[in-house]
Design a protein around this ligand. Sequence first.
Ligand code: ATP
Ligand code: MG
Length: 357
Amino acid sequence: MALTIAIVGLPNVGKSTLFNALTKNNVLAANYPFATIEPNVGIVNLPDSRLAALASIFGSERLLPAPVSFVDIAGIVRGASEGEGLGNKFLANIREADAIAQVIRGFADPDVVHVDGAVNPAGDMETINTELILADLQTLDKAITRFEKEVKGRKMPPIVLETALKAQAVLDAGQPLSSATLDIEPIRELGLLTAKPFIYVFNVDEDVLQDADKLAVLAALVAPANAVFLDAKLESELSELDAEDAAEMLASTGQAESGLDQLARIGFDTLGLQTYLTAGPKETRAWTIHKGWTAPQAAGVIHTDFQKGFIKAEVFSFDDLVAAGSIAEARSKGKARIEGKEYVMQDGDVVEFRFNV
Ligand SMILES: Nc1ncnc2c1ncn2[C@@H]1O[C@H](COP(=O)(O)OP(=O)(O)OP(=O)(O)O)[C@@H](O)[C@H]1O
Ligand SMILES: [Mg+2]
């Protein structure tokens, strides 16, 4: 289950710069609007310091962190739904994404063109959100015509059409679907963008990162949604350094955590995800699951047979295992828990599943 996050925003706000920093890629990031036309896709490892600690206990040959995939697309402008700029057809490239990260320009550099003439975070967000709502309305308009025929011909349950009409009403009122209480499960296949969880990424100057008042003003624009603050240019410089130099440079800007780590962490949180760990001599690996999943569901992420034939799981909490220093020691201290089908997984559980095939 690789989590996919789509990066959207106005042209020239730093989406590709951020993408490059995230994925250690080198796609075109340039000081003119619509530098990106075709989507860029890259995979990032979710940073997790627990992996190395476990690997040293188990003597693992490989570390396999949880993957997060990012999709960087073209910039969207006001009127995109009517064909302005590159239009909005390219949004189809992100229909399958699990979440959307909206990059909003906060940095000042007057040499970098702003498509609307001035830096205006609130206005930019409004433009993007409006265009996403209009894009969803276009998707729904087409789908509703199809659903009407299929429901009439009894090829589709009526709930699909009913849900589509309700979603249309929410969007017509200018609201994103995520703000409504509507259960859109029946129309999930449409991949409506405003129904996806949102993460707001403010791309600001380095000095703003240390200015709590300015950050609070920006955070208030998106509350209760989560905001990440970073300087994409600084992040791209950090991504080129080795870990030690990067940590030093980060500290010199007064930050404890890089913007990219923040984005990964907050992205996981926004989506209600967590990881559990497996470890052995071959590999130590992080597996992505939803919070609240039971042990058999978690086992199913490794292999469907693990879920079907689930018997029990031996579970250690990460801290106990590290404190004990080995599996044998943790067991003898009574830190091994045998859990059954009803067990709800906790973040950082180190697990070995027992199953029948
Ligand atoms: N935090 C920042 N401070 C200063 N300049 C920045 C910052 N982030 C990005 N830039 C600059 O903004 C310009 C546009 O960046 P980039 O190409 O990443 O934008 P984009 O959103 O991908 O644009 P497009 O939609 O056209 O593909 C580049 O010149 C980049 O160096
Ligand atoms: Mg770009």
